[in-house]
Ligand binder design. Structure first.
Ligand code: PLP
Length: 381
């Protein structure tokens, strides 16, 4: 099956009880048993629920993996991965990382004796010098947030395999339409389903996809034992969202390209960070491992004034100023005062998060309206 067919059909069957074409919302916590242990595959909805199970099969299929597991949020999915480890184990992670991932690593799991190292992985060689006998996991996010750096998943997976380490990739920004980390050698793919997979800014959910049966078994044990599972209604909404993933992301890419080029040509704009530009430092890697460059763009303003950035984001009407990304509607954000506010100015500026940096999640509206909205806002500074 090709991708556009998989998103609609993979792992899904018409309901055996009624013939319902769409997967029903099995809003139940428990299931009748004829005698103890004699049931139809479901016992209790933390352990398994038919609506969630359909979604888990579907997400596994679109990521080219065998096993899918859904969680109550992206962070709950990350939580499950780190719970594979033991005190004393070490993790090497990208340094330009989603803030919530950095927080759960350093503020929750360091307490339990797991050690995290953060390194710029655009040059994968830098990873090797940080590996020691305690290293168990490499955590990659690509493209990164908000600087849109690209990391070569295949190159990192060669290092991981040579040293017997697990490789997990946060594929939230790229989506399986643009990039499949398992095909590039990753052991675990993680998604904040909240973003592009859900796609309509109405659900918070996370997912993991793996190929290895033993690894899946360990993660199912953690999923059931820790219990951070999503409900059937949210699972239904995401099944519905994924059916148009290929159409949406294609349009996100087209609109992203138009917005990136418009910004690059604007006299008040300084730098534009988007992996589709040939001048992007990791453009060749992006071209090799991604099937498109996506709709996430960051840019800075000439003069680098915070008040100019605030003016632009608060005078746009089609772009809504809000946290999150990946929905059909365009959103804007100001990393220095929003997602990265807790990081000292000097440290955030080292990674490029300067005062005038604006991050856009370009939606699937009519591109002319998006460009006109940016123009009228930039005219005001
Ligand atoms: C949003 C996000 C997360 C966290 O997911 P939640 O669903 O908000 O818990 C993790 N990684 C990336 C790249 C994200 O954008």
């Amino acid at each position: 099956m090709k991708f556009g067919t998989k998103v609609i059909h993979a792992g899904l069957e018409h309901d055996s009880a009624t013939g319902a074409v769409m997967t029903p919302i099995y809003q139940t916590s428990t299931y009748a048993q004829a005698s103890p242990g004699d049931h139809k595959g479901f016992e209790y909805s933390r352990t398994g629920n038919p609506t969630r199970a359909a979604l888990e099969r579907n997400i596994a299929a679109i990521e080219n993996g065998k096993h899918g597991l859904c969680f109550g949020s992206g962070l709950a999915a990350i939580d499950a991965v780190i719970k594979l480890l033991n005190p004393g184990d070490e993790v090497i992670s990208t340094n330009d990382l989603y803030g919530g991932s950095y927080r759960i690593f350093t503020k929750i799991f360091e307490k339990y004796g797991i050690k995290f190292h953060f390194v710029g992985m655009q040059d994968p060689v830098k990873i090797e010098s940080m590996i020691n006998d305690n290293t168990k996991l490499i955590w990659v996010e690509t493209p990164t947030n908000p600087m849109m750096n690209i990391i070569d998943i295949e190159a990192v997976s060669r290092i991981a395999k040579a040293k017997g380490l697990l490789l997990a990739v946060d594929n939230t920004f790229a989506t399986p339409y643009l990039q499949n980390p398992i095909d590039l050698g990753a052991d675990i793919v993680m998604h904040s389903v909240t973003k592009y997979l859900g796609g309509h800014s109405d659900v918070v959910m996370g997912a993991l996809v793996v190929n290895d049966d033993a690894l899946a078994e360990q993660l199912y044990f953690i999923q059931n034992s820790s219990g951070a599972v999503p409900g059937p209604q949210d699972s239904f909404l995401v099944l519905r969202g994924i059916k148009t993933l290929h159409l949406r992301v294609q349009r996100h890419c087209e609109n992203g390209e138009k917005v990136a080029h418009y910004l690059a040509s604007h006299p008040k704009v300084d730098k534009v960070y988007w992996p589709g530009f040939e001048s992007h430092p990791n453009h060749e890697v992006a071209k090799k491992q991604m099937r498109g460059f996506g709709g996430m763009i960051s840019f800075t303003l000439k003069g680098n004034r915070m008040e100019d950035a605030h003016k632009v984001i608060s005078t746009m009407h089609v772009f809504t100023l809000a946290e999150s990304l990946g929905g059909v509607e365009s959103l804007s954000g100001h990393p220095a005062t929003m997602t990265h506010a807790a990081i000292p100015k000097e440290d955030r500026e080292k990674t490029g998060v300067v005062d005038s940096l604006i991050r856009l999640s370009v939606g699937v509206e009519d591109a002319d309206d998006l460009l006109a909205d940016l123009k009228q806002a930039l005219d005001k500074i």
